[in-house]
Design a protein around this ligand. Structure first.
Ligand SMILES: [Zn+2]
Ligand SMILES: [Zn+2]
Length: 279
């Protein structure tokens, strides 16, 4: 039944429940495998990432659960790692040397022209304010910077799949309706997807906002491009609450199948394998 999820946040970062509650819920819902992926440490503290000092406790908590629930569910430990810059991203030794089962590469942060770091992974209203406050009303510049970071991240590699590939599209479209239909935007997105395919990386279909905002990341309108480029996909709910671990999964499978994508990636005995979508 393709019951898997490899993107979920716990109280080690900005998730709203301890790791064990996600595992118990996954067992309860009959998941075959489940991955924990708290936000990786950044070079500075934030309210939504782990600190480096917490990483050993993160692994210890995971190993305890893996042992406790052995035979009931296949558990994996990952991290959602930000591409901040060349010094802090999934490819650096620090993250490569951690004994993670998998790594997610994501972009949440941009820098303004004074070097101040701005979180653009926020509500659409806050995003609009930030475009005024930090980026001189220059939406196009912000979108270009976002895709440029994603391109650098994919170029450097060191991770298994791209997290919520075009997440900026929702906020950008609120600021300027129709912007994602413009040629320059389409070119950026296509360039990114082509590079992901060339590098042999996977892409997640992130269902976190589907029931709230009506969109997947990447947007459903790009699923046929994903199919054309043969990019392997996995469906993840990016859950911050145990009750949402399976949120939007069925709808994403339906949408994938409608463009001819018949398989998703799953971890089986620690290896990424293709699995047919069963609805
Ligand atoms: Zn994220
Ligand atoms: Zn996440």
């Amino acid at each position: 039944m393709n019951l898997t999820n490899y993107h979920s946040h716990t109280s080690f970062c900005d998730g709203h429940a301890p790791m064990e509650e996600f595992v118990i819920e996954a067992i309860h819902q009959g998941f075959a495998s489940y991955g924990i992926s708290s936000h990786a440490p950044l070079p500075f503290p934030t309210r939504w990432t782990m600190n480096k000092e917490e990483v050993s406790a993160y692994f210890e908590a995971f190993y305890r659960l893996k042992k406790k629930y052995q035979g009931e569910i296949d558990l994996y430990i990952g991290m959602e790692i930000d591409y901040l810059d060349e010094q802090s991203n999934p490819s650096i030794d620090y993250f490569q040397l951690l004994p993670l089962d998998y790594r997610i590469g994501s972009v949440h942060l941009l820098s303004d022209d004074k070097g101040e770091i701005v979180d653009i992974d926020c509500s659409k209203e806050k995003f609009k304010e930030k475009i005024y406050t930090y980026f001189h009303y220059d939406l196009k510049g912000v979108v270009l910077a976002y895709y440029s970071k994603l391109m650098s991240m994919v170029e450097l590699g060191g991770f298994d799949f791209v997290g919520h590939a075009d997440k900026i599209a929702f906020n950008a479209s609120y600021y300027q309706p129709g912007v994602t239909e413009q040629d320059w935007y389409k070119k950026l997105l296509t360039g990114l997807f082509v590079l992901i395919a060339e590098k042999g990386l996977m892409m997640e279909i992130n269902t976190k906002a589907y029931h709230k905002l009506g969109v997947f990341y990447p947007n459903e309108k790009h699923f046929s491009l994903i199919n054309q480029l043969h990019i392997p996909v996995l469906v993840n709910s990016d859950a911050h609450y145990p009750a949402l671990i399976n949120d939007g999964r069925a709808e994403a499978f339906q949408a994938l199948k409608s463009v001819g994508i018949e398989q998703v990636m799953e971890l089986v005995a620690g290896k990424w394998c293709k699995s047919s979508i069963v609805i």
